[in-house]
Design a binder for this molecule. Structure first.
Ligand code: ZN
Length: 449
């Protein structure tokens, strides 16, 4: 079990730089695929994730109700371009899949420049960048290009081709389920519906995939479920089909925008004070120099659905830069250079620490609660002084004093202002020496592996 000291250190001992490089390579592999909320791009992405972790893939037909929504028609795109009178492509989907507004209906026609302009989108503040736009729920077509490209187009006639299809088909999503000692679940969710955008969608995919890879190799107390879903409609569809199982979700995190260089942002669950809220805040406070914690708001990613009042699940959201707050957001500048291997590695390490706390947290009872037990006689009193010996002793005293069967170790760590790992280690030693016993449902660490 991860709660056991040997497993815990094995899980967390990653070489963040090296793993960060591997995560970046995986993002680079997925980057060119043209994803949307449905279609072959999502299927191809899921196939590649499935090459690393065990996945159950679901195909849900167009028209299927998903709570108050309906699974839309499936969108696929083969090619798109704008060509000038000489036949030269002046806007070319093959150069960037961001050039086409996602869910554009098929179109072929000849337009003059003014007519063409009515269907184009740019980022005037960043004239070299191509914006990312969608039109999921209105039947239209559009093209995205840089302001420079638009300004360079001379008056004249242009051939426009959007070789797309929008037909009855399926919505694709995937989940990786790793059973643990209990059916209580830790849910991770990330969106897989953006085309060539690295931080917004692929960083979450990479952290989720690499987490699942590592968790699959260790014994687990909790069961883990990793959802790879198209944003909004994907999580709504999953929730609609799993309404009877959501009670098992004890902790959850939406993972997004975890590859840029900014400090971490944690957005609390709707309830705000659940174990996952307290755990992430604790880990960030002790693991990284700078972080922002914000209260829940009904915007952002799929936490909006998991935290809708009819579900109200204990699901927070972990990011570095927040969606919509960085200039590169939803533009071609959210590319492979914008996500950094070191940031990806650190995001994975922080998330693993969160799992360690959740796995190792529990409530204990001091078996010798009348007066302090004599630590020296049991080999628990440090013979050599110094700051680390002092901290070790304080951790023992805090655990002994607070373990009346009502205070969990995370609570004790918070009260003692010490990292959870030190409090957990003290509890292990006390269990080993027969001074502490787990309350039912808490991990019996310290026992023989
Ligand atoms: Zn987005």
């Amino acid at each position: 079990m991860i709660g056991r000291p040997d497993e815990r250190s094995r899980l967390s001992s990653i070489d963040a730089d090296q793993v960060g490089q591997e995560m970046h390579s995986f993002i680079a592999e997925l980057f060119p695929i043209c994803r949307s909320i449905t279609g072959e791009g999502v299927r191809e992405t899921v196939r590649r994730i499935g090459g690393r972790i065990p996945l159950d893939v679901s195909e849900v037909p167009t028209g299927t109700p998903a709570l108050d929504w309906i699974v839309p028609r499936e969108w696929n795109i083969r090619d798109a371009y704008v060509a000038d009178a000489s036949g030269k492509r002046v806007i070319d989907f093959r150069e960037s899949n961001l050039h086409v507004v996602s869910y554009s209906v098929p179109f072929r026609g000849r337009l003059d420049l003014d007519q063409l302009r009515e269907h184009t989108y740019t980022v005037p503040d960043h004239p070299e960048w191509i914006p990312y736009r969608t039109s999921y729920y209105s039947e239209s077509w559009g093209l995205c290009l840089s302001q420079r490209q638009l300004e360079a187009l001379p008056e004249g006639e242009y051939d426009v081709c959007i070789d797309a299809s929008l037909r009855d088909g399926n919505l694709t999503y995937a989940e990786c389920y790793l059973p643990g000692a209990t059916e209580d679940e830790f849910l991770f969710s990330c969106h897989i519906c953006h085309p060539s955008l690295a931080n917004d969608n692929l960083s979450g995919v990479a952290v989720s995939t690499f987490l699942a890879e590592r968790l699959a190799r260790v014994e687990r107390r909790y069961s883990y479920r990793f959802l790879f879903v198209p944003g909004t409609i994907g999580s709504l569809t999953w929730l609609a089909r799993n309404q009877d199982n959501v009670e098992r979700i004890r902790h959850g995190l939406v993972l997004a925008c975890l590859g840029d260089a900014a400090a971490f942002t944690f957005k609390r669950s709707r309830r705000g004070d659940t174990e996952i809220d307290r755990t992430v805040e604790h880990v960030l406070r002790h693991a990284v120099p700078d972080q922002t914690v914000i209260d829940f708001d009904p915007y952002g990613y799929d936490e909006r659905q998991y935290c809708s009042p009819g579900f109200d699940l204990p699901v927070g959201a972990l990011s570095r830069s927040r969606h919509g707050t960085f200039p590169e957001y939803h533009t071609s500048a959210d590319n492979l250079a914008f996500v950094r291997p070191a940031a990806l590695g650190e995001s994975l390490a922080v998330t693993l620490k969160v799992i360690e706390v959740i796995e190792g947290n529990g409530t204990y009872r001091n078996l010798s609660p009348r007066g302090e037990p004599q630590l020296g006689r049991r080999g628990l009193y440090p013979s050599i002084g110094g700051p680390s010996a002092e901290a070790e002793q304080m951790a023992l005293l805090w655990v002994l004093n607070q373990s009346d069967g009502r205070h969990a170790l995370l609570e004790i760590a918070e009260r003692a202002a010490m990292p959870f790992s030190e409090i957990r280690r003290a509890a292990d030693r006390l269990v080993e020496r027969g001074l502490l016993a787990p309350v039912e449902g808490s991990p019996s660490v310290g026992s023989d592996p």
